[in-house]
Design a protein around this ligand. Structure first.
Ligand code: SF4
Ligand code: SF4
Length: 196
């Protein structure tokens, strides 16, 4: 399915026969998220900042975990379009951490060599994390220039960047945090990320 095409599966009734609870148990163990507490109220989907471009809304993601449809979950476009804003968690009466689930599934898909539906999102994440690992913070100007060059969109957002620069919103040179070694400790056990 093309990344920009919304899935019609979203509107279909889910098959509840052959339910497999192993993924639900795995997520409880690995992420500490208990989706048994989900009341299927849909508040997460109502509050999601990106639901309009999701193939499966947050509530649907929880349902897919409940029925153990791992194949669909690992290939869904929502792995690329969730921006971890946590609005769904704030809305949820049971505080179910859906972005944590999505993050876990993203890692799992990556380990299994499943290609993300939107490679530019993966590339952007990689470049951003490289800056955080190196400097402890993101250098927006450098990040955008590198991203534009790597994706061949040389003048994308150039006009907006120029305006932001003259308003003092963008720094020309990256700065480092003082105790950078503390930040780098966060990356210590992370396996090498693939090039996007
Ligand atoms: S808001 Fe929470 S309880 Fe309601 S459907 Fe979403 S995950 Fe389930
Ligand atoms: S964290 Fe992801 S799923 Fe939750 S509201 Fe934000 S974009 Fe939607």
């Amino acid at each position: 399915m093309p990344a920009t095409q919304l899935s019609t599966d979203f509107h279909k009734t889910m098959k509840l026969d052959n339910v497999n609870t192993s993924l639900q148990e795995e997520i409880k163990l690995e992420c500490g998220v208990d989706i048994e507490l989900c009341m299927e109220c849909g508040k997460c989907s109502g509050g999601c900042s990106n639901a309009h471009i999701f193939d499966f809304t947050p509530r649907k993601v929880v349902q897919l975990v409940k029925i153990g449809d791992e194949e669909t979950l690992l290939k869904m476009d929502a792995l690329s379009t969730c921006v971890s804003c946590h609005l769904c968690v704030d809305r949820c009466p049971s505080q179910i951490d859906i972005p944590r689930i999505i993050d876990y599934l993203r890692e799992k898909a990556h380990k299994q060599g499943i290609e993300p539906t939107r490679k530019n999102v993966q590339l952007f994440n990689k470049l951003m994390l490289d800056y955080v690992q190196k400097n402890g913070r993101v250098a927006e100007t450098h990040l955008m220039v590198r991203f534009n060059f790597k994706t061949g969109q040389y003048f994308k957002d150039a006009e907006m960047g120029r305006k932001m620069f003259f308003k003092g919103k963008l720094k020309p040179f990256p700065s480092k945090v003082k105790r950078i070694e503390q930040v780098r400790l966060l990356f210590r056990d992370v396996p090498a990320r693939r090039e996007g």
